[in-house]
Design a binder for this molecule. Structure first.
Ligand code: URA
Length: 203
């Protein structure tokens, strides 16, 4: 018996030992209904051994077309926030809770999140980041296994252990929410990124 969720999925044989292998296996995934509406699977991007990993919600239109997470307006803000702490996108790894675009940018459904979670698990196992930033409610709830909302959880940090690997989770507002709210939300996101920088130094 193994607790690897992929071992029971039809994709277990293709899960792979490296990120490119897992990405190749994921590119043909049909484990949920989002497969029917995507242009392509948006697996993840960045350094395979990044110390810092970001987890968003799911691809939007631009991401679905380009095959890369966070390349639209929210992505531009995320890039600015990353650069604001002296890093670049090339220094980090960026992924999403669901790897295929939900139609019309609706929220991902619980069954879609559950079906897709093994791919994120494999990314976490292979990248082994020391600090994980969850962007918004969906990533925060999934990784922290909580029902608490992001506005309550941001501004602090949480211990995270998976498959013998320990990391710190720092929840922050989703860049799309920051774009919608502006002002104070932007200040909070910037403060969370300063927190991330400090955590990287200490982790
Ligand atoms: N929002 C997300 O959560 N992920 C993306 O990749 C783009 C926008």
């Amino acid at each position: 018996m193994t607790s690897d969720p992929l071992s029971t999925s039809p994709h277990s044989a293709h899960a792979g030992a490296t990120l490119p292998e897992v990405a190749a296996a994921a590119s043909t995934c049909t484990l949920c209904k989002l497969a029917g509406g995507r242009t392509q699977v948006v697996f993840g991007v960045g350094r395979a051994d990044a110390e810092l990993m970001f987890v968003g919600e799911g691809p939007g239109e631009q991401e679905d077309l380009k095959g890369e997470p966070f390349v639209g307006r929210a992505g531009q803000l995320l890039t600015q926030l990353i650069e604001g702490i002296g890093l670049t996108r090339a220094d980090v790894y960026i992924a999403n809770v669901v790897k295929c675009r939900p139609p019309g940018n609706r929220d991902p459904h619980p069954d879609e999140i559950e079906a897709c979670a093994p791919w994120l698990d494999r990314q976490l196992e292979l990248v082994r980041p020391r600090v994980i930033v969850t962007l918004g409610n969906f990533a925060t709830k999934l990784l922290l296994q909580t029902k608490e909302g992001i506005t309550k959880l941001r501004g602090t940090e949480f211990a995270f252990t998976r498959a013998g690997h320990a990391a710190i989770v720092i929840p922050t507002l989703h860049p799309s929410a920051v774009l919608r709210s502006g002002g104070r939300a932007l200040a909070e996101a910037r403060a969370d990124f300063v927190h991330v920088k400090r955590a990287l130094v200490r982790a």
